[in-house]
Ligand binder design. Structure first.
Ligand code: AMP
Length: 279
């Protein structure tokens, strides 16, 4: 696996690959890799001739009160995991390369960025969209892979790709969970034992929603109230939001009559976790 630090170099590599008619699969990450990330890599390896992974902890998507410095960066371990998956190139730029001192252009996917995660984390999706567009410009992938775990992020990226007519297929890969159902996340390492135990309740609450919609009352207010009630039993869980919406455009749903997605965000101790389930 070649590790590339420089924008010009990765552009040259992808230009040559394109000239040779190779398809490029791209997996953007912030590192601290786990089986969830590796599932995206596997999906890319299966579909594309060449797989490029990026590791970049994007300062633009963290708000001032979020802990950018504390974000885990186990680079040597990440490198080994990617080598084991036989990734072709790792793009590993530093922040100065991505955001030089006079940087002043941002991508904002207007409506989708202001709800749910965007409301709780102002500026987050502008940070995400800006860095992803930059990475797409460097790499010019045929396919890019994102995890369903970050459901709203997938919606934002798909919207950006549509709005800007980018010739890139966005592939959404199902969430990888541990044996108890907790969605794998680089932030799970911050959970202590008790918090980890309580974090399982998030997925259980989503399963409860799935069970409830097979009953008579399909009102989303009813389902959300039941979930809030269920989560109250867990003293380390502080709910941020539960939303049930249309999976395509994230518009709110009042009564579940067709496919919907339930999105949940909560603090467990000091760690903020998100999860979702398509109903
Ligand atoms: P991150 O490093 O957290 O920015 O994640 C990089 C990519 O991996 C994003 O597309 C995430 O949605 C995806 N991802 C993170 N956790 C999981 C998971 N448990 N299952 C599937 N994909 C995931």
């Amino acid at each position: 696996m070649d590790i590339i630090f420089d924008v010009k170099k990765i552009q040259k590599i992808t230009y040559e690959l394109c000239k040779k008619g190779k398809t490029i699969g791209f997996v953007p990450t912030m590192g601290a890799l786990h089986e969830g990330h590796l599932k995206l890599v596997k999906a890319s390896k299966e579909k594309n001739d060449v797989t490029i992974v990026s590791i970049f902890v994007n300062p633009l998507q963290f708000s001032p009160i979020e802990d950018l410095i504390k974000y885990p960066r186990p680079f040597e371990q990440d490198k080994k995991l990617l080598e084991n998956e036989r990734v072709d190139y790792l793009f590993y730029p530093n922040a100065k390369i991505i955001y030089p001192a006079d940087f002043q252009t941002y991508v904002s996917v207007k409506n989708l960025s202001n709800i749910f995660e965007g409301k709780s984390r102002p500026g987050h999706f502008t940070g995400v969209a800006t860095v992803v567009l930059k990475l797409f410009n460097f790499i010019k992938p045929d396919d890019a892979y994102f995890g369903q775990k970050d459901f709203q992020q997938c919606a934002v990226i798909k919207q950006m790709v549509r709005d800007l007519n980018l010739p890139i297929n966005i592939n959404v890969v199902p969430t990888v969970r541990d044996k108890d159902g907790l969605a794998l996340s680089s932030r799970n390492i911050f959970l202590n034992r008790q918090e980890k135990f309580e974090a399982f309740a998030l997925y259980q609450s989503l399963l409860l929603a799935r069970k409830l919609i097979s009953g008579k009352n399909k009102s989303t207010e009813f389902i959300k109230a039941k979930i809030k009630n269920f989560l109250q039993k867990y003293k380390h869980v502080r709910l941020d939001y539960i939303e049930i919406c249309n999976p395509e455009n994230l518009s709110p749903v009042k009564v579940i009559s067709k496919k919907a997605v339930i999105l949940i965000a909560a603090h467990v101790g000091k760690t903020r976790l998100i999860d979702n389930l398509v109903l």
